[in-house]
Design a protein around this ligand. Structure first.
Ligand code: COA
Length: 332
């Protein structure tokens, strides 16, 4: 990587999950499924649902949690990047709505759309501004209200997703041994055939017909995505380890996107990591798209399981296709 002026380190974390819970017993009442099938095939036991409000509320509440926990003055925030595929509206950007809700009076911001890899893409972008010396406080938020694009009559998808927001604050450090060390990010647009939401955009603007055809719900060919997700996440994580001369012993945690427990396990195996070194909370929240990785970081940090100096590998795969891994040394 190019020589950087500063290292970009995470100095604060925050999260928000709504109170409403759809557990597997509830899913059994709305579609033809069982707790046993869902648990065995995905690892998910329950997911959180936002009944009132939108993605900007998930994101802003996560940011406010961070601001309170780390005693941050919102006026010092330079930039807000929100990763989401469920923005409140096409425009304005969710980042603008968050800026207003948290009172970050001198910040600018924008959204990044990279589905389940959204947080990784946003995190890398945020770190660049800090590494160059341009900004001192960058807020990166992953937030999705997946319930707003989920068809609750489709058992193939509705059991997978939940709503959440989680945030990290990135600041510069002179200590180059901490913070973002390296990353590999990829896209492959051929993936548009297996995971998408067809309606509502410029390709299929909303009409009665698009609504009748349920084109405003996400569609996933689960089997096809499963295969490429396992390979994509495992390969890129392993490649990043090789590139940085790391073995499983050097890595404190894999922080995987929480889409399916079987994908997580396969990735850990390829990296030579025991499951004690893998962050998992898919059982509690399901797949919250851009929020999964920061949600894990917040929970493990607050449980004192994540310590300063820990080498962690963040890894995700999602619609696009988009995928990648980042090597981060925890800085607080
Ligand atoms: N309850 C019971 N049975 C279900 C079910 C449910 N909720 N959902 C699907 N099934 C059925 C299917 O209809 C199918 O039945 P059939 O064989 O009679 O047609 C059977 O279970 C097997 O379906 P399959 O799709 O092969 O299951 P799977 O083991 O691949 O698991 C997913 C399905 C969605 C959990 C899995 O494919 C997956 O996780 N895919 C990738 C998700 C992902 O990583 N996305 C990327 C980022 S979002």
């Amino acid at each position: 990587m190019k020589e950087k002026k500063y290292s970009a380190i995470v100095t604060g974390v925050g999260m928000y999950v709504p109170d409403k819970v759809y557990d597997n017993a509830y899913m059994e009442t709305i579609v033809d499924t069982t707790d046993e099938w869902i648990t065995a095939r995905t690892g998910i036991k329950e997911r959180r649902i936002l009944e009132n409000g939108a993605t900007s509320d998930l994101a802003a509440n996560a940011a406010l949690d961070l601001i309170k926990a780390h005693n941050i003055n919102p006026d010092e925030i330079d930039l807000i990047i929100v990763a989401t595929v469920t923005p409140d509206m096409f425009f304005p950007a969710t980042a603008c709505l968050v800026q207003n809700k948290i009172g970050a009076n001198t910040a600018w911001g924008y959204d990044i759309s990279a589905a389940c890899s959204g947080f990784l893409f946003a995190f890398q972008t945020g770190c660049s501004f800090v590494e160059s010396g341009q900004y001192k406080k960058v807020l990166v938020i992953g937030a999705d209200k997946m319930s707003s694009i989920t068809d609750y009559t489709d058992r193939n998808t509705c059991i997978l997703f939940g709503d959440a927001g989680a945030a990290v604050l990135i600041e510069p450090s002179e200590d180059k041994s901490l913070g973002l060390q390296d990353y590999i990010l990829r896209v492959d647009g051929a993936g548009e055939e297996s995971l998408y939401m067809l309606g509502g955009g410029s390709l299929n603007p909303p009409t009665h017909d698009t609504v009748d055809k349920k084109m405003h719900y996400l569609f996933q060919d689960g089997k096809a995505v499963f295969k490429v997700a396992v390979k994509g996440m495992a390969d890129v994580s392993y490649e990043l380890m090789q590139k940085n001369g790391l073995t499983g012993d050097d890595v404190a945690y894999l922080v995987p996107h929480q889409a399916n427990m079987r994908i997580i396990t396969a990735t850990a195996e390829r990296m030579g990591l025991g499951m004690d070194k893998v962050m998992v909370n898919i059982d509690k929240y399901g797949n919250t798209t851009a929020a999964t990785i920061p949600l894990c970081l917040v929970e493990y940090y607050r449980d004192s399981k994540l310590k300063k100096g820990d080498k962690i590998i963040l890894s995700a795969f999602g619609a696009g296709y988009t995928w990648g891994s980042s090597l981060l040394v925890w800085g607080i």
